[in-house]
Design a protein around this ligand. Structure first.
Ligand code: HSE
Length: 430
């Protein structure tokens, strides 16, 4: 068997410790698959004293992560520090400049600097691998770039944030509001102390921009992802969606329409029989639709020690086999700079909910706003009255232009008969 591939790991949190455990626990099997042993020779982490539940004997400790790049006993650097810039980016640049392969789980860094790093890797003929960056343990990067390489992709979408899926699942199962489930998730350690990247959809947007680049052969355009998170999801909408046969999920969706790239993260109503709707708790799901293969559905753990480490080690196995290819499947110079699609022209069905004063002619006013914008109603339900004298109206539109639905909503919101802000959500119809 060939010489061992020697790994330096920057960041020894759950995932870093997980990588050490996987490489030790499955050492023999991995060596047979990789054609050579893969061993950790150096690590870098802030707190040396912490018990991580792994044996680190014989592994060198380095204070400054960037030093890993220059060490003679490190062939490959694994970056698990996180953050789009700072030490992670410095380490990525230094590793590639030192002529060594680089593995990362850092979607934020790739969303912002992925193309520049990929160019550096290509120029040096080095692997830059990131299976763990999108949907954790689910091999969706390999799925798109290898398994489905024959296809023109129609769309890629799914649930790429376990925290949001967990919160929405518990809101539905327990009838709780967003704030109380978030507080509980934080107390249990499922959600970060600062959960904004998760719940505001930014984490999903990072991942979506990477998948879109791979799926469509396009340059990463993170700034082009329209992003709306789950903070404003109300229990009443979860219940009304269920009554209509849908479940609300935070969906990241990318499509190419008439040569323009549409990328959006938003809460959407997913039909209950769709596999994305049945993906509950902290699980992730990614759907890729190709012109020949049809719908591919990937489901699994998008975070956590074991699943994320599994994806990191899969990248290391490729590197051990000397598998070098452009990080975004084709060279960066061949990726298309697609224009951004105008969201207003997008067609789809919409869920609308509004509270209105319970008096003569109100429904006529509401439906007139839709009629005037050319939006047709598929179903309309008025649900009881409240002590305050208002009543809830829930509607599903036929397929309509998004701009027209928004125009009708603006009309409704301006009416004195409408109480509070109307709610609008997309329906996932594919
Ligand atoms: N915070 C992410 C999630 C995992 O909740 O899914 C890492 O991307």
């Amino acid at each position: 068997m060939s010489e061992a591939l020697r790994i330096g790991i920057a960041g020894l949190g759950n995932v870093g410790a997980g990588v050490v455990k996987v490489l030790a626990g499955n050492a023999e099997l991995i060596a047979r698959r990789a054609g050579r042993p893969i061993v950790v020779t150096a690590v870098s982490a802030r707190d040396r004293g912490r018990d991580r539940g792994v044996a680190l004997d014989g592994i060198a400790w380095v204070d400054d992560a960037a030093e890993l790049a220059a060490r003679d006993d490190v062939d490959v650097v694994v970056e698990l520090i996180g953050g789009s810039d700072g030490p992670a980016l410095t380490l990525a640049r230094r590793t590639l400049a030192a002529g060594k392969p680089f593995v990362t789980a850092n979607k934020a860094m790739l969303a912002h600097h992925g193309l520049a790093l990929a160019e550096a890797a290509e120029k040096a003929g080095l692997p830059l691998k990131y299976e763990a960056a999108v949907a954790g343990g689910i091999p969706v990067i390999k799925g798109i770039s290898e398994g489905a390489a024959a296809n023109r992709m129609l769309r890629v979408y799914g649930l790429m944030n376990g925290t949001c899926n967990y919160i929405l699942s518990r809101m539905e199962a327990e009838g709780l509001d967003f704030a109380s489930v978030l507080a509980d998730a934080q107390a249990l350690g499922f959600a970060e102390a600062d959960p904004s990247f998760d719940i505001d959809g930014i984490d999903t947007a990072h991942k979506l921009s990477i998948l879109a680049a791979l799926a469509f052969g396009a340059r990463i355009d993170f700034a082009g992802v329209a992003c709306h998170g789950i903070r404003s999801i109300a229990s009443v909408d979860i219940a009304q969606a269920a009554a209509l046969g849908f479940r609300i999920k935070l969906v990241g969706l990318a499509e190419v329409q008439d040569g323009a790239l549409f990328q959006r993260v938003h809460p959407a109503l997913v039909p209950l029989d769709h596999p994305v709707a049945t993906t509950m708790g902290s699980l992730n799901a990614v759907v890729v639709e190709g012109d020949f293969v049809g719908r591919l559905f990937f489901q699994g753990r998008g975070a956590g020690e074991g699943p994320t480490a599994s994806a990191v080690v899969a990248d290391l196995v490729d590197i051990a086999r000397s598998d070098v290819r452009p990080p975004f499947v084709m060279p960066v110079s061949q990726l298309a700079a697609l224009p951004r699609a105008a969201a207003g022209d997008r067609r789809g069905r919409y869920y609308l909910r509004l509270n209105v004063a319970d008096r003569v002619g109100v429904l006529a006013e509401v439906t007139a706003a839709l009629r005037d914008a050319g939006v047709s109603i598929e179903s309309l339900v008025q649900r009881g009255g409240s002590d305050a004298g208002d009543t809830m109206v829930v509607m599903v539109t036929h397929e309509a232009r998004e701009a027209d639905v928004l125009a009708s909503l603006a009309h409704m919101a301006a009416s004195p008969a409408v109480v509070g802000q109307p709610v609008m959500m997309h329906i996932l119809d594919f």
